[in-house]
Design a protein around this ligand. Structure first.
Ligand SMILES: [Zn+2]
Length: 136
């Protein structure tokens, strides 16, 4: 694909892996690092510019960086998230970040645009050494 947007950000959150036999089963926190990579075959208008000159607004890839009170995941107890519940592994959080980001991007597309050429890859670091990658 000719275009790829990449962006990275962090958010701080607490969680417990319910039923985990070890330290991850106790309340603890991470500075999660996220890398979003969005590929596209063509350029489009966005919510902020009506000419077809963007893959997507970078803002649409960084929503999770916002405070939980503004719809993001920063300073959230992830187990209280309705779509995550007690299964807050890096794998489950990465898949959720993919699903929710694609939902937001598709919500911004024009009616005639099915967005079929948009491919998103999410990389989620739970620690500086350990990363989960999710794409479809
Ligand atoms: Zn953890």
């Amino acid at each position: 694909m000719p275009w790829k947007l990449s962006t990275e950000f962090t958010f701080d959150s607490a969680h417990i892996i319910e039923g985990y036999d070890g330290p991850c089963g106790r309340l603890h926190g991470h500075t999660y690092r996220v890398r979003m990579e969005l590929e596209s075959e063509r350029l489009r208008p966005s919510a902020h510019v009506r000419r077809g000159i963007m893959v997507a607004d970078f803002k649409s890839l960084k929503w999770a960086k916002k405070d939980v009170d503004q719809g993001g995941l920063d300073h959230m107890f992830l187990n209280e998230h309705p779509e995550l519940g007690d299964d807050t592994t890096a794998e489950v959080v990465a898949a959720y970040l993919h699903r929710e980001t694609m939902r937001r991007i598709h919500a911004d597309l024009e009616e005639s645009d099915d967005g079929a050429d948009l491919k998103l890859r999410v990389l989620l670091w739970e620690t500086p050494e350990s990363c989960c990658e999710y794409w479809e």
